[in-house]
Design a protein around this ligand. Structure first.
Ligand code: MOS
Length: 739
C-alpha cells in the first residue's frame, strides 16, 4: 500500500461504511460538466447557511424532536461483563406507572458480552418513569468468566470466553526479504508502541424518534446514512423499504458510529408500534461510552533497520489490539513510508467490552502514531533531521502523494529550523519541542442522485437524500448550485436529510463531498439546459447558446441578448423545470495527502504536556468551500489533541466496568487545551472534489507525541501522554534507563 501512492484507500480498514472506491486521482477536464476554471463562489469562504438556526438553537436535532403524545424509551443493559440470561420477565416493568410498552432485546439463554449490552427496552410517559420501569424488569443472570483487558486475554490460562478463541490472528503481510533488510541495516531500533481505546463522544448521542401511521414508519434519526438507515429498519422489522421514511434534518456528529438504526433504533420502532404512540429513545452519555462504538486500541512490537545513510531497510512487526467483544482491531502498518523489506503479523484480541466501530479515519491514527514515532527514533540513530529523514523515505511524489512538498513548505512556515535536537533540551522546567507526521486518505465517493427544480418565481430548490453531519453539506450543495446557475448562495433552497429525496450513500470514508458535489453539478447543469430550452425563443437564440451568469440567463456568444433570472423564470408560466440526475465520473477523485507539525510545552515537574500550536498542510482536491474545509481540519486536529493527551476508555481490571463513562473523567479537549491552529489548504482544482473529513485527524497525535519526545529528551511510546507516563519516562531516564 504505502509504496503505491496512486492506489486509493485500502478497503480492508474502510470498514462497514465505505463503498468500494476505485477512482482515478484526477478529474476529467473534458467532462461536459467540468468545474468552471474561473470560480466565483467555489473555493471561497462561505458561511454555513444553517449557521443562524444552529447558533440560535432553532435547529431541530433528533434529540430535540417532540411529537404529540410521545413516550420516552429506555434500555435495560447488562450490569455484567459476561453473563447468560436465565430468566427475563418484563411483567413488573409493565405494571409500573406510565409504562405503555416493553420489548425484549436479548433472549433467555442468550449471552451478554459486555457491561452495557442490551437486555430489553421500555417506553413510558416520562423519562423518569421509563428509567424506573427499566430497573423493574426482572432478569436472572448466570455470571460467566470474563476478560477485562488485553493482558488478561493474552494469558495462556485465560478462560475461553469467545467461541473460536480470544485471539484471532490475521494473515502475515510480507514483502521483500527481512533477512536481507536487516543485513543491510547499520542501526536497528526495537520498541513497543501503543494507543488506547478512544470513544466517539459525538455531541448528540445515538438515538431516534419513531412514529407509526398504520404500517408506515417515520423515524427521525441521528444518523450518517438516511438511506442506509431506511434499509436497516426495513430489513430488521421485516417491512418494505417503501414504508419507511428516515429524516435527519440536523445531527450532532457520528464520526463513523452512526450508519444504521442500531439496536436502540429497532427497539424504539418496536416500542412505538406496541404502544401505538411516537417513542423517542436517545442514549445517555454512559450508554454512549459503553455500547455505541470506539476506536480500537493498538499495540506493536517493532524491529526496524536503517542504513548508515538514512535509508529504511527493514520492518518487522507483531501487532495486536482490541476492538472489544468479538470485533476486529486492524490498522495499516507501516504507514506511508517505504520499507523495502517488511513482515507484519496482526492479531485481534477480544475482551468483554463494547465493540469498536469505524471512527474518523479508522486505523490510520494508530498506524500513523506507531510509524511516525519509529521514524523519529530511526532519524535520531542516523543523526538526521526528522524531516530530511522522512523525505528520503517517502514514496514518489504524485498528485495524491505530495508529502515531500508539504513537509518543505510546512517546515518553512512552522519555523522548523528553530527546533533543537532531541536530547538537547531548553533550560528550566518547561521544555519545548516540535514534531511532525504525515497522513493519507482515499476520500472518493460516487452514486449520489439529486433533484433540482426551477420555479416560475425564480426559486431554485435542490433536493438530495444525503445528510449534513454538521460538516457543511447543505452549504456545499448551495455553493455548487449557485456557481452553476450564476446566482448567489442565498438564492438556493437546499433540502436534504430525508430518505424520500433522491438516493445518497452514507457519510463515511470522507465520501460525501466527492459523491454529492458531482451529483449537484450535473443535476443543476441539466436543469439549466432545460430552462434554456424553455426560454430560448424569448431570448431569440438557440438553447445551446444559452448560459447563466451574474443573475442573468443569456447568450454565450452575444451576452447582451438575455433576460434577468427572474424574467427568464417568469417565462415558465405555470410549469416549473425539474430534473433528476446524479453523480458522473470525472468531477471527483480519490487520494489525499497531508502533513502536520506540532509544538508543545512540557512541565517536567508536573508531567503536564500542553500543545502550543499545530500547523496542518492538507489537500482535498478542488476546495468547494474554503471555510468548511478548514473547519474539518480544525475539528480533526482538536480530536487529535484529545487522542494524544487525554482520551482513554478505562476499564476496571477486576470488573471490566468502565470507570469513566461520562464527560467528567473521560477527558476531551476543552477551550483552554486547544492550541493555536494554522491551516495551509492546498487547492488542487484539476483533481476534482475529494473528501477531507478524516485525514486531518490522522497525524495530530503522532506529531504531538514526537514533539513531546523532542521537548523532554525521552520518548513516551504510549498515548494518551498523561502526566504519569511523562513523569515515569523522565524517572526512567534519571535512573539510567535509555530512551
Ligand atoms: Mo467515517 S469513520 O468513515 O464516518
Amino acid at each position: 500500500m504505502a509504496d503505491e501512492p496512486m492506489m486509493p484507500l485500502d478497503e480492508s480498514i474502510a470498514g462497514e461504511q465505505v463503498a468500494e472506491v476505485n477512482l482515478p486521482a484526477t478529474a476529467n477536464p473534458n467532462s461536459p460538466y467540468a468545474w468552471p476554471k474561473e470560480r466565483r463562489i467555489l473555493s471561497t469562504r462561505v458561511n454555513r447557511i444553517d449557521g443562524p438556526v444552529k447558533v440560535s438553537g432553532r435547529a431541530k436535532y433528533s434529540y430535540d424532536m417532540k411529537r404529540p403524545g410521545m413516550l420516552y424509551g429506555r434500555i435495560l443493559r447488562s450490569p455484567h461483563p459476561h453473563a447468560r440470561i436465565t430468566a427475563l420477565d418484563l411483567g413488573p416493568a409493565l405494571k409500573m406507572p406510565g409504562v405503555k410498552a416493553a420489548v425484549p432485546i436479548a433472549k433467555v439463554g442468550g449471552k451478554l458480552m459486555y457491561v452495557g449490552d442490551e437486555v430489553a427496552a421500555v417506553a413510558a410517559v416520562t423519562e423518569d418513569q421509563a428509567r424506573d420501569a427499566a430497573r423493574a424488569i426482572k432478569v436472572e443472570y448466570e455470571i460467566l468468566p470474563f476478560l477485562a483487558n488485553v493482558e488478561q486475554a493474552l494469558q495462556p490460562e485465560a478462560p475461553p470466553v469467545f467461541e473460536g478463541g480470544n485471539v484471532k490472528a490475521s494473515q502475515t503481510e510480507e514483502e521483500g526479504s527481512i533477512t536481507a533488510g536487516f543485513a543491510a541495516a547499520a542501526h536497528i531500533v526495537e520498541q513497543t508502541y501503543n494507543t488506547q481505546v478512544q470513544t466517539h463522544v459525538s455531541l448528540e448521542t445515538h438515538g431516534c424518534m419513531c412514529e407509526w401511521e398504520g404500517e408506515k414508519l417515520t423515524a427521525w434519526v441521528s444518523t450518517q446514512a438516511v438511506h442506509g438507515t431506511r434499509e436497516g429498519f426495513a430489513t430488521s422489522l421485516g417491512i418494505p423499504q417503501a414504508n419507511v421514511r428516515v429524516i435527519t434534518e440536523h445531527m450532532g456528529g457520528g464520526f463513523g458510529s452512526k450508519f444504521g438504526p442500531d439496536v436502540q433504533g429497532i427497539a424504539c420502532a418496536r416500542l412505538a408500534k406496541e404502544a401505538k404512540a411516537p417513542v423517542q429513545l436517545m442514549l445517555d452519555r454512559r450508554e454512549e461510552h459503553l455500547a455505541a462504538g470506539n476506536r480500537p486500541s493498538a499495540y506493536a512490537k517493532i524491529k526496524a533497520g536503517v542504513s548508515a545513510d538514512g535509508m529504511l531497510t527493514a520492518f518487522e512487526a507483531e501487532s495486536w489490539g482490541t476492538g472489544g467483544a468479538g470485533a476486529s482491531s486492524g490498522f495499516p502498518l507501516p504507514y506511508i513510508y517505504t520499507f523495502p523489506n517488511r513482515r507484519r503479523v496482526h492479531k485481534d484480541v477480544y475482551i468483554n467490552a463494547g465493540q469498536q466501530r469505524a471512527m474518523r479515519a479508522p486505523g490510520h491514527p494508530q498506524g500513523c502514531f506507531i510509524t511516525e514515532m519509529l521514524m523519529d527514533e530511526l532519524a535520531d540513530r542516523v543523526k538526521m533531521d526528522p524531516i530530511e529523514f522522512r523525505i528520503r523515505n517517502l514514496p514518489p511524489q504524485a498528485p495524491n502523494a505530495m508529502w515531500r512538498e508539504y513537509f518543505k513548505i510546512g517546515a518553512s512556515k512552522f519555523g522548523w529550523d528553530k527546533r533543537h535536537a532531541t536530547g538537547d533540551p531548553t533550560p528550566g522546567p518547561i521544555k519545548r519541542g516540535m514534531g511532525c507526521a504525515a497522513n493519507r486518505w482515499g476520500g472518493g465517493g460516487r452514486g449520489t442522485q439529486a433533484q433540482c427544480e426551477i420555479l416560475p418565481d425564480g426559486g431554485v430548490v435542490v433536493r438530495c437524500g444525503t445528510q449534513d453531519l454538521g460538516v457543511g453539506t447543505r452549504t456545499l450543495i448551495a455553493v455548487i448550485a449557485a456557481e452553476t446557475l450564476g446566482l448567489q448562495v442565498k438564492d438556493i433552497k437546499v433540502e436534504l436529510g430525508d430518505s424520500n429525496y433522491p438516493f445518497s450513500g452514507g457519510s463515511g470514508g470522507s465520501t460525501t463531498a466527492p459523491a454529492v458535489s458531482p451529483a449537484i453539478r450535473v443535476t443543476v447543469s441539466k436543469v439549466l439546459q432545460e430552462l434554456a430550452t424553455r426560454v430560448a425563443p424569448a431570448i431569440g437564440v438557440a438553447a445551446a447558446d444559452i448560459t447563466a451568469s451574474g443573475g442573468r440567463v443569456h447568450s454565450k456568444t452575444t451576452p447582451g441578448k438575455g433576460l434577468s433570472w427572474a424574467d427568464a423564470c417568469k417565462r415558465l408560466q405555470t410549469t416549473p423545470v425539474s430534473v433528476n440526475a446524479g453523480w458522473e465520473p470525472g468531477l471527483s477523485a480519490s487520494g489525499s495527502s497531508g502533513v502536520q507539525f506540532a509544538e508543545v510545552s512540557v512541565d517536567i515537574e508536573t508531567g503536564i504536556a500542553k500543545v502550543d500550536r499545530i500547523l496542518c498542510v492538507q489537500d482535498c482536491g478542488l476546495i468547494v468551500n474554503q471555510l468548511t474545509a478548514e473547519s474539518q481540519c480544525i475539528g480533526g486536529m482538536v480530536m487529535g489533541v484529545g487522542y494524544a493527551l487525554y482520551e482513554d476508555r478505562i476499564l476496571d481490571r477486576n470488573t471490566a466496568m468502565q470507570v469513566n463513562p461520562n464527560m467528567e473523567w473521560y477527558l476531551v479537549p476543552g477551550m483552554s487545551d486547544i492550541p493555536k491552529i494554522d491551516i495551509m489548504l492546498m487547492n488542487q482544482p484539476e483533481r476534482g472534489v475529494i473528501g477531507i473529513g478524516e485525514p486531518p485527524t490522522i497525524s495530530t497525535a503522532a506529531a504531538i507525541a514526537n514533539a513531546v519526545a523532542n521537548a523532554i529528551g525521552v520518548r513516551v511510546r504510549s498515548i494518551p501522554l498523561t502526566p504519569q507516563k511523562v513523569l515515569t519516562a523522565l524517572e526512567g531516564e534519571r535512573a539510567g534507563g535509555t530512551q
